[in-house]
Design a protein around this ligand. Structure first.
Ligand SMILES: CC(=O)N[C@H]1[C@@H](OP(=O)(O)OP(=O)(O)OC[C@H]2O[C@@H](n3ccc(=O)[nH]c3=O)[C@H](O)[C@@H]2O)O[C@H](CO)[C@@H](O)[C@@H]1O[C@H](C)C(=O)N[C@@H](C)C(=O)N[C@H](CCC(=O)O)C(=O)O
Ligand SMILES: Nc1ncnc2c1ncn2[C@@H]1O[C@H](COP(=O)(O)OP(=O)(O)OP(=O)(O)O)[C@@H](O)[C@H]1O
Ligand SMILES: N[C@H](CCC[C@H](N)C(=O)O)C(=O)O
Ligand SMILES: [Mg+2]
Length: 488
């Protein structure tokens, strides 16, 4: 595509050089540059992309978008000055990749918990309706049936637009994506036209990055503020910030609720370890999910599908066929007669919800043993609260490592233990090695008990000092269960 055409997406300041050249790709990382690419210099949290303009040109960049022009300019390179290159990069990328969101309906899901669940279930449902669809999520990205691994919830703007571009080219009619608060704050979604936005809930997380809850809320709200008039803004009326999210949006607001009057109203009529019976807008439906929070997620899925023009009775039929997402309340049964549940709960609120759900279903008929840790180089404030919630709602707690990243595992465990009182310690063990921690929980469990292994869900690695070692909670449990069988 010609440089001049790509630049139509943005307002430029000073331009030096030829705009009539062909651009072969866009990059915001100098290390990814190939001959003929456009390099966008973005100020980041660790370093400033402007420092790598020279490196990008050495590697073959023929055009540079930046906020401040370098002192010495190369004759063969075109320089374009902009006020905000972070904002420009998404707009440039979406133009370069053929404006995919004008060819498909993109639905974004934001909130602290439930994004992966809702986005994935919508993707599964719309494929069952017979459409080609795409998914951008924490667990994996999909272009219809093709899986593309990811290590972000919302990818960087270039990867994101490349994925959406491929979805549009391959005839996807819908794309469902998670919109993380980091993505909104870093304008990774700049230039995208959403057909709808969904809000799940807001509780504490990521305060390492956003610093205050207020900033975290503002980042989420900015997503709804930016929606077009033609879009829908679907919000959870049960969350205390549900209506705050949509108060300044131009989009058509719709609400869902399990507790009060709303456009989409749901109720849990029965629940058990096998599933729930729900009432949705006065129609009953059996679903294969456990827990009130999943009733809320399913109600969001139902509402979004209706807002996208599907008939309520068709939506309900498909809702009853959907299955839980990997690592979200994923249960395994030991032949010793206890149940282990692997869940991605890595925030205090998610942990509380999962444990409450287990109690609702157990109904006092067994003990609850929780294995939990907290991620390194992430929000430290949530650590003591997660330990408190685990202790409050479990009979035994084993505090262990999650992804230590660049922190010392024992320091993270100590931050968690700092939230506990001395008499809490009677039911607490701390075991740094996660495999040992899970093994110990299995040794303690008796028939009828439930072990919750929280925090890592679908993850199949443990990130230690920048190296991802293979680790899979479900695999560890299956191995232990196999050995239990062999011993019998
Ligand atoms: C803290 C954070 O969010 N960082 C993200 C951010 O990077 P950054 O601002 O730190 O970038 P930087 O290292 O300072 O570099 C600045 C610029 O210089 C460029 N550079 C740098 C070095 C070089 O040699 N050449 C070069 O050109 C970089 O490519 C970048 O454009 O922008 C990058 C590109 O979009 C992201 O990949 C990166 O994600 C990091 C890896 C990360 O771990 N992010 C996590 C916290 C995150 O985003 N999580 C959310 C989900 C959270 C949730 O809801 O659960 C997510 O959406 O995944
Ligand atoms: N609606 C909800 N309310 C509260 N907790 C929930 C809800 N839905 C899911 N959870 C809990 O949060 C965990 C993560 O769920 P999910 O992966 O769907 O959320 P997410 O928003 O995508 O998280 P992330 O920010 O890590 O991508 C689940 O394992 C479950 O414990
Ligand atoms: N997307 C979240 C996932 C956290 C998962 C947990 N296992 C951890 O490593 O803290 C994050 O990057 O904060
Ligand atoms: Mg997610």
């Amino acid at each position: 595509m010609k440089l001049g055409n790509i630049l139509q997406a943005i307002t430029t300041g000073m331009v030096k050089g030829n705009l009539d050249k062909e651009i072969s790709g866009i990059q915001m990382d100098s290390r990814q540059i190939k001959e003929g690419d456009l390099f966008v210099a973005v100020k980041g949290t660790q370093t400033d992309g402007h420092a790598y303009i020279g490196k990008a040109i050495e590697k073959g960049a023929t055009a540079v978008v930046c906020e401040t022009l370098p002192e010495t300019l190369s004759e063969t390179v075109t320089y374009i000055q902009v006020n905000d290159s972070e904002d420009a990069v998404g707009r440039l990328a979406t133009t370069f990749y053929g404006d995919p969101t004008s060819k498909l309906d993109l639905i974004g899901v934001t909130g602290t918990n439930g994004k992966t669940t809702i986005a994935t279930l919508l993707y599964n449902m719309f494929r069952k309706f017979g459409y080609k669809a795409g998914l951008i999520s924490t667990v994996c990205n999909y272009i219809d049936g093709e899986a593309i691994p990811t290590d972000h919830t919302t990818p960087d703007p270039i990867t994101l637009n490349q994925l959406l571009g491929r979805m549009a080219d391959e005839g996807c009619k819908y794309a469902f994506m998670e919109v993380s608060s980091h993505a909104v704050a870093q304008k990774r979604i700049g230039g995208l036209k959403f057909a709808g936005g969904i809000f799940t809930n807001l509780t504490r997380d990521h305060l390492d990055y956003h610093k205050t809850f207020e900033n975290y809320l503002k980042a989420k709200k900015a997503f709804f503020d930016g929606l077009l008039k033609t879009a829908f803004a679907l919000t959870n009326a049960d969350d205390r910030n549900g209506l705050v999210m949509t108060q300044n949006t131009k989009a058509k607001v719709a609400t869902y609720s399990l507790r009060s009057l709303a456009d989409f109203k749901g109720k849990v009529l029965e629940d058990g370890f096998e599933g729930m019976l729900l009432d949705i807008n006065n129609r009953e439906v059996n679903v294969q999910f456990i827990g009130r929070f999943n009733a809320s997620n399913l109600l969001a899925v139902y509402s979004a599908a209706c807002l996208l023009g599907k008939q309520p009775e068709d939506v309900l039929l498909l809702l009853s066929t959907l299955r839980p997402v990997s690592g979200r309340f994923d249960s395994l049964r030991s032949t010793k007669g206890y149940t282990a549940i692997v869940d991605y709960a890595h925030t205090p609120d998610a942990l509380t919800n999962v444990l409450n759900t287990i109690h609702e279903v157990l109904n006092g008929r067994g003990k609850v043993i929780t294995v939990v840790g907290a991620g390194g180089n992430r929000d430290k404030g949530k650590r003591p609260i997660m330990a408190q919630e685990a202790v409050r709602l479990s009979d035994r707690v084993i505090i262990t490592s999650d992804n230590p990243r660049f922190e010392e595992p024992q320091d993270i465990i100590n931050d968690m233990l700092a939230g506990l009182k001395s008499n809490d310690m009677n039911k607490v063990l701390s075991i740094t090695d996660r495999k040992e921690a899970i093994r110990t929980a299995c040794m303690l469990a008796q028939a009828g008990d439930v072990i919750l292994v929280a925090g890592k869900g679908h993850e199949n690695y443990q990130d230690i000092k920048g190296v991802k070692h293979h680790f899979d909670d479900k695999e560890v449990l299956s191995e232990i269960f196999k050995n239990e069988n062999n011993q019998e």
